[in-house]
Ligand binder design. Structure first.
Ligand SMILES: O=C1O[C@H](COP(=O)(O)O)[C@@H](O)[C@H](O)[C@H]1O
Length: 258
C-alpha cells in the first residue's frame, strides 16, 4: 500500500535546504540497511538548488558516495557539456564536489552527438534502457530506485512527460525518446511512468505560485494526460515537497497532509 504525504515549507529557499537535508538523511538511513542505493535526480530550478544545498551541507561527507548510484528522470538531448543538460547542471552543483563518487556510479542519459547525427533521441533512450537493465534484478527493466526526485513544470509535466504528448503512453519499456517537447529544447530522453512507478519513494518538489495548479491537480488525481504529475506515484511513498506558494490551498484538502 502506497502512502502519500504533503510537506509544505515557507518558501523555495527553505524547501531546497530541507529537501537536501531529507535526501542526505534518507541516504544515511538506507546505507545502514542496504547497499548500493539507487537515486534518481531531477533537473529544474528547485531540483538543481537541492543539489547545490547537498554540496554545501555539513553531513554531505557522512554518506558513502561510493555506494550511491545516480540516475536521471530525464535529460535534454543536446551535446555533452551543454548548459541545458540536467546532468551538466548536476555536475556543476554537486557531482564535481564529491571526490569519492565513482564516475561509474553516475548514469547520465546519453547526449546528442553532433559528429553522428544518425544517433537520435530514440537511440539514446534505447541505450539508457540497456544501462538501467544492467543494474536491474533478473527479469526487471530497471533497478528499484530508492528515491526518485521529480520537479514539475507549470504545465504539470514531470521528467519529460508533457501533457497530451505521445510519450505519456509509452509502456513496457523504461525509457522513451521525446520529440517536439513543448518546452525547449525539443528533443529529450525520459523515464516512462513504468520506470518512475518502480521507485520505492517518489518525491515531487515544486515551488512558486505558478506550480499551484499542478499541485492541486496532482493531489486531486486529475487525468494523467492533462496533468502528468498525477501519474508519478511511488511503491511505498509519494512525497510532495512544496513551498507555501505552490501548495496554495491544496495541501489542507488532502488527508495525510502535513
Ligand atoms: O524541463 C524540465 O523542467 C522540469 C521543471 O523545471 P522547473 O524549472 O519548472 O522547476 C524539470 O523537472 C525537468 O527535469 C526538466 O527537464
Amino acid at each position: 500500500m502506497s502512502a502519500r504525504r504533503v510537506v509544505v515549507h515557507p518558501d523555495a529557499e527553505v524547501l531546497a535546504q530541507a529537501t537536501a537535508s531529507r535526501l542526505l538523511t534518507r541516504l544515511l538511513d538506507l546505507q545502514s540497511v542496504r547497499t548500493p542505493v539507487h537515486v534518481v535526480l531531477t533537473g529544474g530550478t528547485v531540483g538543481i538548488k537541492v543539489l547545490a544545498d547537498v554540496a554545501a551541507h555539513p553531513v554531505r561527507d557522512a554518506v558513502d558516495w561510493g555506494a550511491v548510484h545516480l540516475w536521471w528522470g530525464d535529460d535534454r538531448f543536446v551535446p555533452e557539456g551543454h548548459a541545458d543538460r540536467n546532468v551538466q547542471q548536476a555536475r556543476d552543483a554537486l557531482l564535481d564536489h564529491l571526490p569519492t563518487l565513482p564516475a561509474g556510479n553516475v548514469h547520465a542519459m546519453p547526449a546528442a552527438r553532433p559528429e553522428d547525427p544518425a544517433f537520435t533521441e530514440d537511440d539514446a533512450a534505447r541505450d539508457y534502457a540497456a544501462e538501467l537493465a544492467r543494474f536491474a534484478e533478473p527479469g526487471d527493466a530497471a533497478p528499484q530506485f530508492d528515491v526518485l526526485m521529480l520537479g514539475m513544470g507549470p504545465d504539470h509535466h514531470v521528467a519529460s512527460l508533457f501533457p497530451g504528448h505521445p510519450a505519456l503512453e509509452v509502456s513496457g519499456v523504461a525509457t522513451t525518446g521525446v520529440a517536439d517537447s513543448p518546452k525547449p529544447p525539443p528533443l529529450r530522453v525520459s523515464l516512462t511512468f513504468d520506470a518512475i512507478r518502480r521507485a520505492r519513494e517518489v518525491w515531487i518538489v515544486a515551488a512558486g505560485a505558478e506550480k499551484a495548479a499542478g499541485v492541486r491537480a496532482g493531489l486531486s488525481g486529475a487525468p494523467v494526460v492533462e496533468s502528468p504529475v498525477a501519474g508519478a506515484v511511488g511503491q511505498d511513498l509519494t512525497l510532495w515537497l512544496v513551498d507555501a506558494a505552490a501548495a496554495g490551498e491544496a495541501a489542507e484538502a488532502v488527508e495525510g497532509g502535513a
